[in-house]
Design a protein around this ligand. Sequence first.
Ligand SMILES: [Zn+2]
Length: 375
Amino acid sequence: MLATLNWRPSLFHQPQTSVKWRFALSGCRGADSLRLRWGNRLRQLTYTLGGGEPLPPPTITETPSDNPAKLYLKFLRLHYLDYEATSPSTLGVPGVQLFGRMCSCLALLGEDEDGNRITKRIPCGREWCELCRDIAHKRRIARVLTRLMQVYPMAYDVITFPLQVRPLLRNPRALALVGRKARRFYRRHGHRKVYTRWHFFGDKSNIYNPHLNVLYDGGGLSADELAAFKDALRRALLPRSISKRIGKDLVIHHQYTRNPKKMVHWINYTTRATFLDRNWDERLAQALHGFHNGCFAGTWNDPPRWRLAGTDKKYNPLVKLAQNLHPVSGKPLTWTRKPVPWALLLMEDPAPLGGWWYLLPLIRPPPELKTERRF
Ligand SMILES: [Zn+2]
């Protein structure tokens, strides 16, 4: 193969193959060095961290004849944040993930125009990560609150799929499609603001049980209206032929409220993690990389229509931060691109704001030099 490429005259005797070409020619030097470098890590994919149970062979190792460059890109795509948002560690703590990486070791630095500094630790954000699960949940609440505070009154629907259909939904593409269909349905029925989020498992068992949570600007419906609405929703999300064949249909729970406490409770419940252990469904966990779960539809440019009350006021600073504003000065923040080790920032005595956000003390200007005046 190399000989066929070496078509240049003897003046350019060295074959000038590009890096791309070298990777494309499996079995040549580039491919060997890549295998040497990443071989161990790729092999580690076949074992879980906790139980040591061998995993079903991932697609990466299933095709050894694959182009090595593609293989490496596939590896990065599958495990991007599990790798990049973590640091190497040999400690046996809950944040340890695949490849012995530890969650939340890095942080980003930001400051407003007056030099007020702030920092945020970077969570890996995986639902099954015990270390950052609660923090990622708080940040998720703050992010959606900036929009859902425009919804008043708020309605909450939970759509559960029959047992026989669930295997079809064990696929992020199918979940995304059904979510999109549902949002379109609510928009067609005159709702201006719709938020949907999937829960993958129920509270009581680790059997896959996908159900779609929908928060939207709905109100009270009469019994007839509600029955007609549910019937139309069932027709939109599950083909009638399937429903007839299995003799089951979607179960839809509908409620609505004007009480801000209850709205925050629903937002809290909807945005929580349900995939608490990667081992419950390793294949789905791998497939969910890059899956965008919480989705908005509609127009979201209205002013807030309700306020946080009582203990929920603790989210106020986080809501400001989610809007990229400094929680004290209220001015926009600019962020450094390169993360710094969290251990270094700990030395600056950061003041916690919740959700792994911290205020950093001002950097004092150097003292002025006293110069003696001589006349
Ligand atoms: Zn994590």
